[in-house]
Structure formats: C-alpha cells, structure tokens
Design a protein around this ligand. Structure first.
Ligand SMILES: [Zn+2]
Ligand SMILES: [Zn+2]
Length: 729
C-alpha cells in the first residue's frame, strides 16, 4: 500500500519517526520526501502503522490528510529514500522554541553542545525565520553558510538520531557564533561573550541582542526609567522575558490555560493581569511576559543576576524590526551581542491574550507564521491589509497564508517589507505563475496600496477594494468557520463606504455583502489624524455642542472652532473611548497607538454601573454626543479614582449594551444565530465581557476571534476571503 501524507511533514522529524515505527513493526518498503508531501510504501499492517505514527508524531508535525493508493511492490528492507523536488505548495514550519531535551544538552557539561547558543534539533529551533526557499533543506536556509562538521554530519545521517535530517543543526565547531561589540561598534571578542554581555546588563547597560528573526533591546528592570528616556518611549508597555514559569507567576496572574500558552512551543508574549512591575506597563492593568526560547536566552539567564529582563523589539515604532548589524549599530546602544547567521525573514515576537480560552492575537508572528487557514477556493489571491499593524496574505491550494507582522505602512521601509514578505510567501507556496486578484483597503491614503498596485500590474491581475470593517467581520467569519453574523466591528479608524471614518459599526454581513445596520454618531476629528494623537481635540469638538470650551483657549480655541465644520467625521468607538479617557483625566496625551483606550481598560475592570446614562438611538445611529453632556453633569465636583472607574464603566456599558442590542434586534429579524465582535476594540476584555452578557440574555451565540488577529493584522485575511469566495470556480 502507498500512503501519501500531507501537512507539516517536512523537516520536523517525520521521516525518522516513520523509519523507527516501520523497523519496529518489521515492515518493508520506503519513505520518500516529496517536498510538499511524504510518500510511504509498506507491505502490511497499514492501520497499525498509521495508529502508531499518529501517537508518536513529533510535536511540531501535523498530518492534514492521508491518501491511500494500492501498491504491491516488493522490497527487501525498509529505507529512507532521498528527497525529490515536489510541488511548491509545501507547508512551511514556524519557529519553535528550544525543546526540553535540547535544554538538557545545553546544560550538560559532557555534551558537545554545552552552552552552545544555537542548540536545536528536529523538533525545535528557528524555521520560518531562516528559510529562503522550499523544499526545506539546509542549502535553502541561512544555515547554508555553515558546513556540518563530521560529528554533526553523523547525527544528521543517522535515522535513529534526534537530529536526523534536522536542517539547522550545528555545534560550536561548525555553527554560527556570537561576538560582542562595544558602544563604538568595536568588536571586543568572541570568547565568553554572553557572560561578559550579562555583566554589562547587570551593571545597568543597554544592549542589543541578535536573535533568530530579529534584534531585541535588553536591559534590567531597574534601568527602565533611563531606557524609556534613551529609547524615547515614555509610556509604552515593554514585555519582560522571565527566567521560568515560577518567575512569571510573580509578575502576572495566570490560569492554567495562560500558563500552557506561555509554555507552548511558540513561546509568545502573553498579556496577563499585572501583579507587579508597574514601570514596565505604566497605567495598564496588564503585563506582557514571555519565556526564553533560544539557547542564548537560557545561557543569558544563567549569567545575569536578575530573573527578568526587558526584551523588546529594536525598531522605530510602526517600522520593521531591524535585522542587520549595520542597522543595529545605528541604534547607539551600550553593547551589542551579534551573531553571524543572516536573518532572511524578520519575525517579531507574537503577542496574545486569552479571553475565556479564546486566543486574541495582538500580533501574530514568530512561532505562528505562516500557519495557513483552510478556505474553499483555489484561486491565487494577494491581499495587502490596511494601514497600521499590517500583514499581507496569499491564498493558494485552498489555504490562506499570512505574512508575519509588518508594521505601519506610512513608513517607506515597511512598504518595502510588505512587498518582500508577500513575494517570499508567494514563492514558497505558489502553485502556478498566475495571480487571480489583488485586494486592498478602500482608504485612498494607505501606502499598502502601492504594493497592491505593483503586484496587480506585474501579474496583470484585477485589483479590488474591500471596506475595512467588512474585512474585519469576514476575518471573524473565516476564523470561526461560519457564513453569517451580525457583527460589532469596532476599532480606531477605517475608511467607510460613505467617505467618513468608521469604527463603531454594527454590520449584518456574510462573505458576499454587508449592510450597515447601526453605528455611532459622527463626531468631527479636528485636524484629522491630529485628533487621534491628541484626544483633547475630540472632547473639545464634542463639548462645543454644549457651548463649553475645554483644554484650548484664545486663538487656538477660535481656530479649532472654525475647523470643526471642515473636519473629517468619525463614528469610531476607539475615538469615543479616547474621549472618555481624556475627559476623565485618565489619559490626555497619546504617546503610543491605542494608549488612552488601553489605559481606560484598567478603570473598566474595577468600575461599577453606578450611574445612569440615557442612550438615544435614531435610525440606527447611537447618539454619543449627548452622553458627554450627561457625563459632564455627573463629573461636577471632585473626581476620585473610584468615581472615574464607575463613570467610565457606566458610560461605556451604556454604549456597548446599546450597540449590542441593535445587533441582536437585527439578528432576530433576519433569523441569524450569531453575534460577533471584531476590530481593535475587541481586545478590550471588559468591553467583550459586556457584549457577552448582553448576547447571553438574547439566547444568541457570541462569536469571537481565536486564530486571526482581532485588529488590523487580520484585515488581509478578510480581504482575501471575500474576493476568494467571489471568484471561486
Ligand atoms: Zn530540540
Ligand atoms: Zn558540528
């Protein structure tokens, strides 16, 4: 019998497992790697063989299908045959944190990989970040610069060794190595460099560390104040890398699922309820923690005196993380710990938070990309996402592959990165040299459109535009494999079909079309984007309706008053949250993306519905401006922390309940069973809780994200699936 296995079956220890089982069962035949699939011929015990294989499957392997073809060939023995080029749509494995058995070797004095920072095996190590082409073989990765020594080669060709055909293995003798550079970018050695670097970190220095898919800035927790000044990030939350799970428990509260996620092979940054270290995430109720995932990280924690370090992507906010020595040296850090393996694919750390065991990906990158999503169309479609938190997506062979996190398209380097990441993904997964369609956002100002236009021209492929909040909703539908949903599509800003900026939308939609059944009242954004960066402008514009001038006086107030009439309009819930945070003096200045709304979350967590807000809905439009008049009346007198919490909770709850009710009403009218929530605001746990409570009362089902980013990182998937289903043949 011939068996064809498809899935993640390449470079993950699949063939050695097959070899071992076949030998154990006394089978005759062969196993052959054919790029995208693995072919096995065996003479007997088919079902037993498959059962054993499934139970002994290497941790990162995944079988998506098994095809059985009668084959009566005779063999004398069981053999592993050499790789052949297969079709190109092979599944590319994601990076996997160093496994426990490799960690043991790392700390075993008698092991040849003792304290060797690049230790990995068939089931762990960098993958996606170093793959240049498929099939996934060493010569098509950035390990091709390092020739295996005899001893490593022995491991590589021994089918019973844990490093059999592990493409990225090496040792101190033949592998990459770290070097230390000082402030003047002068190399100060290659001996004991990790120990020396650790000593500098302990002494309060700021260091750059080259990792698998990019560079981190690293310093001790005590140095955070200086680090914030130096890096010009006065308030932004920094993730901490902690030595182990017990240390993690000191910094953040976790349930068993969150613990599992922290320890999972992808080793993402997990947002947890903060227990201590306010300085790492000022004003927020959460803290981002992650565990070491490379040999280097483990060795570093052996040498530094603290058990937690700031470990944050080295980049300009919104721009792509740096990957080369030259870029690293432009940062002007105190020390640089760099290695000599190039980084073909930059991958940032992934960031996840859990809501009732659903994964909300704030950033889906290392450890998860390209992680394909199943769809029912075969068309090759390229989609380029929106403007911020961009990802690109490409569909091939009934799957959507997404790029790693790209960044903000207003930077030229990010636009270039979007194009190269998409093209790389296409080259890895494309079956035919044809693109059936390219999809972009409606917003005329997004530079991701440059990439869309270019690819559309190159391949003479038609170009489509999809409305932002519909794309969000479609990304939720495909995430949960449903066809229809009335969705709260709530976020910062997205270009609406009427030319205004949407973001507080109730959409009745499927993959074919959507209707806007409700939304928040339009408010003017004084100075457009400037109002996003300065929430005081939002409040100023709102309070002018009640003849009250706030924050600005004199000529400035005069100019703003005039500007109100000419300003773009927005129905965004994110902006309303910003305005509430501003009005209640929780955050009046935005220093990073989403800051006011994120800081508001802390108050929503502790607040109670003590105040009554009367919400009026006129023809599906929820009147938000009048809510600020009501807020203004409640605020009279002193504003204590608990009053801030109760007021923000009461006001936000009245908005969310009302939006959810619009959705429920429409769903009942149209006999739709599901209410969804998507968009950046849905990361907000208290808000999602409010929606859930309201939906529960209606006996409908609440749909939330689990695999696709809630925020704009999921837009490319929504765009792809809408056009894919439209063009499906
Ligand atoms: Zn390993
Ligand atoms: Zn070696």
């Amino acid at each position: 019998m011939k068996l064809i296995f498809r899935g993640i079956v390449q470079g993950v220890g699949f063939r050695p497992t097959i070899y071992r089982i076949a030998k154990k069962l006394g089978l005759k035949g062969y196993v052959l790697n054919k790029g995208s699939e693995v072919e096995v011929v065996i003479d007997k015990n088919i079902e037993k063989f498959i059962k054993e294989l499934k139970s002994e499957l290497p941790s990162i392997a995944k079988i998506t299908s098994i095809e059985k073809i009668p084959d009566k060939s005779n063999f004398l023995d069981f053999k592993i045959l050499h790789s052949k080029f297969g079709t190109r749509h092979s599944q590319v494995p994601a990076d996997v944190g160093i496994c426990n058995s490799c960690i043991e070797e790392l700390f075993d004095k008698n092991n040849k990989r003792y304290f060797f920072p690049f230790t990995n095996c068939t089931v762990c190590g960098a993958r996606y970040s170093l793959i240049k082409d498929v099939p996934y073989d060493r010569e098509r990765t950035s390990m091709d610069d390092f020739t295996l020594c005899d001893s490593c080669k022995k491991e590589y060709i021994d089918p019973l060794n844990k490093r059999y055909h592990a493409q990225t293995i090496s040792c101190r003798k033949c592998g990459p190595s770290y070097r230390l550079y000082d402030k003047n970018k002068k190399e100060i050695g290659s001996k004991n460099v990790i120990k020396r670097f650790a000593k500098e970190i302990d002494a309060g220095k700021i260091g750059v560390i080259k990792s698998w898919g990019g560079m981190h800035l690293c310093c001790s927790i005590d140095e955070i104040p200086r680090f914030r000044k130096w890096y010009n990030r006065p308030e932004k939350a920094f993730a901490l890398m902690v030595k182990d799970i017990n240390v993690a428990k000191k910094f953040g509260e976790m349930n068993s699922e969150e613990k599992k996620l922290l320890l999972s092979k992808s080793k993402p940054i997990v947002l947890l309820k903060k227990k201590k270290c306010e300085i790492a995430s000022p004003g927020l109720n959460t803290i981002g923690l992650f565990l070491p995932y490379t040999g280097l990280h483990y060795i570093l924690f052996e040498y530094v005196s603290s058990d937690a370090l700031v470990m944050t992507s080295a980049n300009v906010p919104g721009e792509a993380m740096i990957t080369t020595d030259k870029e690293a040296f432009s940062i002007d850090a105190d020390f640089y710990l760099l290695h000599n393996r190039i980084i073909p694919n930059r991958v940032d750390d992934s960031v996840v938070r859990l809501w009732k065991n659903n994964r909300f990906f704030l950033r889906k990158s290392r450890g998860y990309v390209p992680d394909p999503l199943k769809v029912d169309y075969d068309e090759h479609i390229v989609s380029v996402g929106a403007g911020e938190n961009i990802t690109g997506a490409f569909s091939s062979d009934k799957q959507i592959f997404t790029t790693q996190y790209i960044g903000n398209s207003k930077y030229y380097s990010t636009v270039e990165f979007l194009e190269s990441a998409l093209k790389h993904l296409m080259s890895l997964t494309m079956k035919k040299k044809k693109i059936d369609a390219v999809v972009q956002d409606l917003h005329p100002g997004y530079d991701s459109r440059i990439v869309a236009k270019k690819i559309s021209n190159e391949f003479s492929a038609p170009l489509y535009e999809i409305q932002h909040h519909w794309a969000h909703a479609a990304s939720l539908l495909i995430d949960r494999e449903i066809d229809k949903c009335v969705t709260l599509s709530v976020d910062g800003l997205g270009y609406g079909s009427d030319g205004n900026f949407w973001g507080g939308e109730v959409l009745n939609c499927d993959f074919e079309d959507f209707s806007r059944v409700g939304h928040l009242e339009y408010i003017p954004l004084i100075g457009g984007d400037a109002a996003t960066h300065d929430p005081r402008r939002l409040v100023f514009a709102i309070m002018k309706n009640f003849d009250k001038e706030m924050y600005f006086t004199g000529s400035e107030a005069e100019v703003f008053s005039k500007l109100i009439k000419k300003s773009p309009l927005s129905s965004s819930l994110g902006r309303i949250l910003d305005a509430i945070a501003c009005y209640l003096e929780i955050c009046q200045k935005r220093t990073y993306d989403g800051e006011p709304a994120m800081k508001l979350e802390k108050y929503l967590v502790t607040g109670n519905p003590k105040y009554n807000f009367e919400v009026e809905v006129k023809d599906g439009v929820l009147q938000t401006i009048d809510l600020f008049r009501q807020l203004d009346q409640y605020v009279k007198g002193s504003l204590t922390e608990s009053k801030k919490a109760d007021l923000s909770y009461s006001m936000v709850k009245s908005i969310i309940d009302s939006l959810t009710n619009i959705a429920i009403e429409n769903a009942n009218k149209n006999k739709i069973k599901n209410i969804g929530i998507t968009g950046g605001v849905s990361y907000n746990i208290p808000i999602t809780n409010m929606v859930e409570r309201q939906v529960k009362k209606s006996k409908l089902k609440l749909i939330v994200h689990n695999s696709v980013c809630n925020g704009d990182g999921g837009i490319s998937i929504g765009q792809n699936v809408i056009i894919g289903k439209k063009l499906k043949t």
